[in-house]
Design a protein around this ligand. Structure first.
Ligand SMILES: C[S@@+](CC[C@H](N)C(=O)[O-])C[C@H]1O[C@@H](n2cnc3c(N)ncnc32)[C@H](O)[C@@H]1O
Length: 226
């Protein structure tokens, strides 16, 4: 700033201050927008869930959905997606014959969106999306369970699955494996990876298979043992 004229220097200073003020306003504005989005769209679902159990919404990739279906296709009994998001896995499961297919989701906006997708697909009366806390629903009648949750909650989920799932149930976990169970099959790579686990002994002490084997996944393409 080499102006000899003090008036000019002053106006340049004012302009710079204005620029900084505008930047500050923009930052505050976007912070506020993010807060409003969080408070309106995400928080309603999580109000009663402890912070350590809160898992944000990320939709499964197309490949991930395909792998989930490959690992469950043809299996009888109730299929559930725990934390069903916009319902894509439940809808795809229903379409490939896994019925009944049920999604449990805390976020009411996502439950609404899932129902809208089902309605647009002509499956409104057939698939079921319930606004429920996955930690509170009983899994005793579930034979096929899909999860795509954060690694931090998976140890607790293992306990719940083990305590509640009936013998013969299968669990498929997207993107992150269950921490201590042994998979019977693994499909896909990287972010699309899905692990399958079978519950062999029923009742409250149901166990995941101790030995991995791809043989229990009939016709699963590109299946690879963990
Ligand atoms: C990573 S997203 C997966 C969404 C969907 N399963 C998919 O694969 O596209 C996890 C979902 O779980 C939901 N969620 C997290 N905690 C939950 C809880 N306690 N009960 C029900 N849903 C929950 C989140 O709102 C989010 O939609």
């Amino acid at each position: 700033m080499e102006q000899d004229d003090p008036g000019e220097a002053l106006s340049e200073l004012r302009e710079r201050r204005l620029g900084a003020l505008e930047l500050l306003q923009a930052a505050a504005g976007s912070g506020l927008a993010a807060y409003i989005a969080w408070a309106l769209l995400l928080q309603p679902g999580f109000r009663r869930v402890p912070l350590r159990l809160q898992v944000p919404y990320v939709g499964a990739s197309e490949r991930q959905v395909e792998h989930v279906l490959s690992l469950l296709r043809g299996r009888p009994g109730k299929t559930v997606d725990l934390g069903s998001g916009d319902g894509r896995i439940v809808l795809a499961a229903h379409k490939c014959g896994l019925r009944p297919a049920v999604g449990y989701e805390l976020n009411p906006w996502l439950v609404g969106l899932a129902r809208l997708h089902a309605w647009r697909a002509g499956c409104a009366g057939s698939v079921c999306y319930l606004r429920e806390d996955l930690w509170k629903v009983s899994l005793r009648d579930c034979h096929n369970v899909s999860v795509f949750l954060a690694p931090s909650v998976l140890p607790l989920l293992e306990d719940k699955l083990q305590a509640e799932l009936p013998a013969g149930a299968r669990v498929v976990s997207g993107r992150f494996p269950l921490p201590t169970w042994q998979p019977v099959a693994v499909m896909g790579e990287g972010l699309d990876r899905v692990w399958a686990y079978d519950v062999h002994s029923g009742g409250p002490n149901g166990q995941a298979s101790p030995e991995p084997s791809s043989a229990s996944v009939p016709g699963a393409p590109r299946s690879q043992v963990g």
